[in-house]
Design a protein around this ligand. Structure first.
Ligand code: GRF
Length: 206
């Protein structure tokens, strides 16, 4: 199964996928391309270091949003992508891509959906809100992407305890280490080996 991993930042989730493909934890999958909307995203460096194609497709480089949307879809088709993995991708996935890849786009979100998700909840903001609310447990979610924001069928979730004195940065790191870097590769492995299906918007084992 050919993957496209879409990134905007540091790429630690990308690195977890690369490492688990290389050590055989993820089977029957390869990263065909890493696509970033930011040309200076360190995630592109990580791809390069592992001999993986990396391209920057940024809305800023196109006269219209439609032209960007078309360029993104064209790139996915050029690399014959089967599964699109959003790993810290901060661009709203355009409708033409969502429609072309129904139940073939997954996203990692740093909370237990449906808590602390939707518009405005990304990156550190999620953890700031968790701490402000006083939650004792948070975590991460991998879900299929549909035409909403963080609203698609849930594939995997993993809970992480909030600790006294956590700062947003400390909590983010724990959620990444204990949850994100495990459930995103696991979800890819389930899909690449045909272990799950979506029935009436719910994910179930095959
Ligand atoms: C992570 O916090 C992830 O939960 C969110 O965006 C961030 C990506 O981090 N989707 P990285 O680029 O994978 O390090």
């Amino acid at each position: 199964m050919k993957l496209a991993v879409l990134v905007s930042g540091g790429g630690t989730n990308l690195q977890a996928i690369i490492d688990k493909i290389e050590n055989g934890t993820i089977k029957n999958a390869e990263i065909a391309v890493v696509i970033s909307n930011k040309k200076d995203a360190f995630a592109l460096e990580r791809a390069k270091k592992h001999g993986i194609a990396g391209v920057c497709i940024s809305p800023k480089d196109y006269a219209t949003r439609e032209a960007f949307n078309d360029a993104l879809l064209a790139s996915l088709n050029e690399y014959q992508v089967d599964l699109v993995v959003l790993a810290g991708y901060l661009v709203i996935v355009p409708k033409n891509v969502v429609d072309a890849f129904e139940n073939r786009i997954i996203n990692i979100h740093p909370s237990l959906i449906p808590s602390f998700c939707g518009d405005g909840f990304y990156g550190l903001k999620v953890h700031e809100a968790v701490l402000a609310r006083g939650n004792k447990v948070t975590g991460a979610t991998v879900h299929f992407v549909d035409d909403g924001t963080d609203t698609g069928p849930i594939i995997l979730q993993k809970a992480v305890y909030v600790q006294e004195g956590d700062t947003p940065e400390v909590l983010q790191k724990r959620v990444m280490e204990e949850a994100e870097w495990n459930i995103l590769p696991e979800a890819i492995n389930l899909i690449a080996n045909d272990k799950i299906e979506v029935v009436d918007k719910l994910v179930r084992s095959k």
